[in-house]
Design a protein around this ligand. Structure first.
Ligand SMILES: [Zn+2]
Length: 256
C-alpha cells in the first residue's frame, strides 16, 4: 500500500516525508485561499528526483460548478494553472473539490459547468495532470456530497478523463455509510485514484468538515483501514499534525 500525508509546501517536503516514513505526499502549489498564479517550488528538483509519489491539492477557493461568472471563470483558470504546476512537480493528479451552488440554483447547471471545464480545456490540449474530483462533506447545493449526486456528475464528466478522490471524513459527514463505499463508488466512477483517509470529529451526516486523527474520531478506525485496503489507491492522511506520526504507524500496522 502507498501511504502518505498532506505536507506543508513552505518547508522541505522531501525531508518531511522521510521523517514521517511515507511514500506519497500531497501539497499545495500556492496559497490555498488565493487564485494567484503558482510560482515554481524551490525544491522542484529534489521533489522530482525523489522516489515520492506526489499529488497536488488545488486551492479551496476554486468552485468550477458555480453559476456565478466572477467565481467560475477564475476558478477554471486556476485549475488549469495549478494542473500545470502539478505537472511541473511530476505529480500524478490535481485534487479539486466538487464545489457547490447557492440556494435555489439547479444542480444540473452546476454539473454542466463541470463538463465545460473539461471540454473547454480539451480544446487547449487538456490539463497538465488528471483532475481528481473530491467528494465534500456538504451543505445544501453541494455537487459531490452524496453518491446520488456524484452519479449525476459522472454522467457528465466520466467520459472526459475525470478521476475521483474519496475522502472518508467527507463521505461520513456527508451521510454516506462507509461500509462497502468503495464498491458503491466504483460502480459509479469505475475508478478511485486517491483516498483521503481521515476520521471525523463530527457525527454521521453532520455535514461538518472537521478531520480527526484515525483513532480519535466518530468513525471506527477498523472501518477506515477497510476502506484503505479495498480502494487499492494511494492514501493521503489529512489529519491533525499532532497525531500524524501515530496515524502513519496505525495504518502501516493495519495494512501490513
Ligand atoms: Zn480531503
Amino acid at each position: 500500500m502507498r501511504i502518505g500525508a498532506h505536507v506543508r509546501s513552505d518547508t522541505h517536503p522531501v525531508e518531511t516525508a522521510e521523517k514521517l516514513g511515507v511514500d506519497v505526499i500531497q501539497m499545495f502549489v500556492q496559497d490555498p485561499q488565493s487564485f494567484d498564479k503558482p510560482q515554481p517550488h524551490p525544491q522542484t528538483e529534489a521533489l522530482k528526483a525523489s522516489p515520492l509519489e506526489i499529488v497536488v491539492h488545488s486551492a479551496y477557493r476554486i468552485n468550477v460548478a458555480s453559476l456565478n461568472n466572477r467565481l467560475r471563470m477564475p476558478s477554471r483558470n486556476a485549475v488549469a494553472l495549478q494542473a500545470q504546476a502539478a505537472a511541473d512537480l511530476g505529480a500524478f493528479g490535481l485534487v479539486v473539490h466538487g464545489g457547490h451552488l447557492r440556494e435555489g440554483e439547479a444542480l444540473d447547471e452546476g454539473i454542466e459547468n463541470w463538463r465545460k471545464l473539461f471540454t473547454r480545456q480539451a480544446e487547449k490540449g487538456g490539463f497538465g495532470v488528471p483532475i481528481l474530483i473530491e467528494n465534500t462533506a456538504g451543505g445544501e447545493g453541494a455537487i459531490a456530497r452524496q453518491l446520488e449526486a456524484i452519479d449525476r456528475l459522472w454522467d457528465a464528466v466520466g467520459d472526459q478523463g475525470a478521476g475521483f478522490c474519496l475522502d472518508t471524513c467527507h463521505a461520513w459527514a456527508g451521510g454516506e455509510d462507509l461500509l462497502g463505499i468503495v464498491e458503491r463508488v466504483m460502480a459509479i466512477t469505475g475508478r478511485i485514484d486517491l483516498v483521503h483517509l481521515n476520521n471525523s470529529r463530527d457525527e454521521f451526516d453532520s455535514a461538518r468538515d472537521r478531520h480527526a486523527n484515525l483513532q480519535d474520531g466518530t468513525i471506527d478506525p477498523d472501518l477506515l483501514a477497510d476502506v484503505a485496503r479495498a480502494a487499492g489507491a494511494p492514501i493521503i492522511l489529512e489529519t491533525p499534525a499532532d497525531g500524524l506520526a501515530e496515524d502513519v504507524a496505525y495504518l502501516k500496522e493495519a495494512l501490513a
